[in-house]
Design a protein around this ligand. Structure first.
Ligand SMILES: Cc1cc2nc3c(=O)[nH]c(=O)nc-3n(C[C@H](O)[C@H](O)[C@H](O)COP(=O)(O)OP(=O)(O)OC[C@H]3O[C@@H](n4cnc5c(N)ncnc54)[C@H](O)[C@@H]3O)c2cc1C
Length: 449
């Protein structure tokens, strides 16, 4: 294996080749701004860009480098929706409210597309996102397809098994849901492009500048760093799971979920024979594996879930086994990159977006569905601060909830392992059913002969 980057270090990932641009300077003196954003991941960068575009002064404090964590290490699939299942959202808030939330998630997709059209370069956008089922449960997908297509106006297609298998030549896959409007990007270049656009619009970004404390009292909030103090009318906390001590009330509501990613060595034409699909693939509706072709003929494969800061190398062997089961025709595959990233997830699996106290805002908890939702959150919060837009209140049903610390992590980890076990059983049953069907057809054929 060439390179590997743990979730909490700055080592390269596939997206960080070639190396990052030189670091922006750290904050070196006191400063007064309208808005201080804490965290230069996708949520913080979009907020800063949107505040600056509206003509207000904004400074971003980043404890390490721009997008060093999840925002620059994810799989780059940009599709509508949330980490939470839309059917659960409908059950919780009702159909009308869910419709508005879905529309916001779609607006996040459109936002990313618009920024790329405006000139964020080197994102290598590839169309399409396919969610495939590993069970022969096509009937179960139909209500979802009709809910999204008819009730929510989503661009969506239900794919039968034959169409899925013509695109992904694997006997493990059955039906699918295809989003033609979704696309896939180089996430780190997108984040770096957002940073440049924000600076062009007047934002200041300080790297290697951890916010050490926030004093939210009073009209001007005070944010302390090691090298200077910021005073701002509004502070937007977009630090995700690393926000820690500066806002324990928020940190306690986020579960840190680590996921792994590997990228193979170039595989040549055999890859395109196995995967005749340029877009992103998520296999099964629950969290399992995401994959897509990158760099012409390499395969990016992502998944796993750990509630501790796991070494990415631990996933390489199980990922390889899953790949061999799914596409045995690929044969032996070398893995050249493996890294991990940590995402923040609330127990309700919905983003935390809104004003916690006058002038103190939060944008976090995007889970594994963060590219569209961070874009939407940044736009929503900037327009709330500058224009008094109150659409963020649509997220009110998803309040900050204590995530249970170590116990919460344990519960989530065990639930994940349990879902993998159940999925394994269901998968074997589906395979047995299919083999029985095939034997029956073969029997009929020989009878006809
Ligand atoms: C392996 C993996 C694959 C994924 N794949 C996809 C995908 O294909 N599609 C999708 O939509 N989503 C995906 N996601 C999810 C998505 O990447 C995240 O939801 C999103 O990037 C979260 O962005 P963020 O800005 O909230 O957090 P982060 O990217 O974690 O950024 C937060 C930033 O805040 C900084 N910070 C924290 N505290 C402080 C402080 N006190 N002072 C200064 N700075 C601070 C941190 O250093 C960090 O840079 C994936 C995530 C992972 C881990």
């Amino acid at each position: 294996m060439g390179k590997s980057g743990a979730a909490d270090d700055d080592a390269d990932n596939w997206f960080a080749t070639p190396p990052l641009p030189p670091a922006r300077a750290a904050l070196a003196s006191d400063m007064d701004v309208d808005v201080c954003v804490i965290g230069a991941g996708l949520a913080g960068l979009t907020t800063a860009l949107e505040v600056a575009r509206r003509g207000w002064s904004v400074a971003v404090l980043e404890r390490r480098r721009i997008a060093w964590n999840a925002s620059g290490r994810n799989c780059g699939i940009v599709g509508p929706g949330y980490a939470e299942d839309i059917r659960h959202i409908v059950a919780r808030v009702g159909l009308d409210h869910a419709r508005q939330l879905w529309a916001l998630s779609q607006a996040g997709v459109d936002y990313v597309r618009a920024r790329i059209a405006e000139g964020i370069s080197d994102v290598d956008a590839q169309p399409g996102w396919l969610l495939v089922s590993k069970f022969d449960s096509g009937d179960a997908l139909l209500p979802l397809v009709s809910l999204l297509g008819q009730e929510f106006g989503a661009q969506i297609e239900g794919w039968p098994c034959e169409r899925v298998r013509a695109s992904l030549r694997s006997e493990r896959y059955y039906h699918g849901i295809y989003y033609p409007d979704a696309f896939n990007i180089h996430p780190l270049n997108y984040a770096l492009g957002l940073a440049r656009a924000a600076e062009k619009a007047g934002a200041r970004i300080f790297e290697h500048t951890p916010a050490l404390a926030i004093d939210p009292a009073g009209v001007r909030k005070r944010i302390t760093t090691a090298s200077g103090r910021l005073r701002a009318a509004h502070v937007v906390v977009a630090g995700s799971v690393h926000v820690g001590a500066i806002m324990p009330s928020l940190a306690g509501t986020l579960l840190p979920i680590t996921a792994g990613v590997m990228v193979t060595a170039p595989l040549g034409p055999r890859l395109h024979e196995a995967i005749v699909f340029a877009g992103g693939v998520s296999d099964s509706l629950g969290p399992d594996f995401d994959f897509r072709i990158v760099g012409g003929d390499r395969l990016m494969w992502s998944g796993g879930l750990a509630t501790w800061n796991a070494d990415p190398r631990r996933w390489v062997a199980p990922f390889r086994r899953a790949l061999a089961r799914t596409f045995p025709q690929l044969g032996a595959v070398d893995v050249e990159y493996a890294w991990a990233g940590v995402m923040g997830m609330a127990l309700h699996k919905m983003p935390q977006i809104g004003e916690l106290a006058p002038g103190t805002w939060v944008a976090s908890g995007f889970g594994g569905h963060g590219i569209n939702t961070t874009a939407m959150a940044g736009e929503l919060i900037a327009s709330a601060i500058v224009d008094g837009d109150d659409r963020w209140r649509l997220f009110r049903p998803y309040d900050l909830m204590w995530a249970g610390d170590v116990v919460g992590r344990g519960v989530v980890q065990v639930a994940y392992w349990g879902s993998r076990l159940r999925e394994g059983v269901a998968l074997r049953r589906a395979r047995r059913r299919e083999q029985r069907r095939l034997r029956k057809v073969a029997g009929l054929e020989s009878f006809r002969l």
